[in-house]
Write a protein that binds this ligand. Sequence first.
Ligand code: SAH
Length: 213
Amino acid sequence: MTDASTLMQFLFALRSKGVTDARVLTAMEKVDRAAFIRGLFAERAYEDMPLPIPCGQTISQPSVVGLMTQALRAGPRDTVLEIGTGSGYQAAVLSHVARRVYTVDRHKRLVTEAREVFDQLGLTNITAFTADGSHGLPDQAPFDRILVTAAAEDPPGPLLAQLKVGGVMVLPVGQSDAVQSLIRVTRDERGFEYDELRPVRFVPLIEGLGRDG
Ligand code: SAH
């Protein structure tokens, strides 16, 4: 873990960017982001910036992780599906605000490495799979909450179908080379409601497994 003043600055930066939910801030205080970054960049784990991880992917900026977690409004009884495990950091934050987290990535290497960190940190309520998340996770569906951390042009149909009535999905939509919109989809008995939250930039959601997996 990092020293107290670095952690205070980290939490202060999160609050100043709009992460105000106490449960989210507590979760982010508990999860050591440096554990999810291998090599030299680990030194920069407490700066509010995205950083490179293997397979040409990125660990999202902490304030974006916080804002997305906050927008998801997950509670302690909820089962969450995350698409795009990446480093595993977002899943680890979710594991402190929800009951159970399923996370999938199309790169086997990222899933294997993330699992190692979940074990090391004792996060036993996360299950990670190598899979194409654009199909969701039919065997474990439906979900109370779905968080997508790669950008699709539109919300994938299978993910909408796997969201419970009363459920919430947060995802970036738009083309990968442009600024995307973070949207929140809420499902009720009558259908789906869409809210646009803020501009974001994510790597694209790509169909099929990665070449290593
Ligand atoms: N949430 C991650 C960051 C995700 S980066 C973290 O906290 O570190 C986006 C991830 O989405 C990448 O790892 C990429 O491999 C993955 N991805 C892209 N398309 C996918 C798909 N169809 N299914 C599953 N994962 C996908």
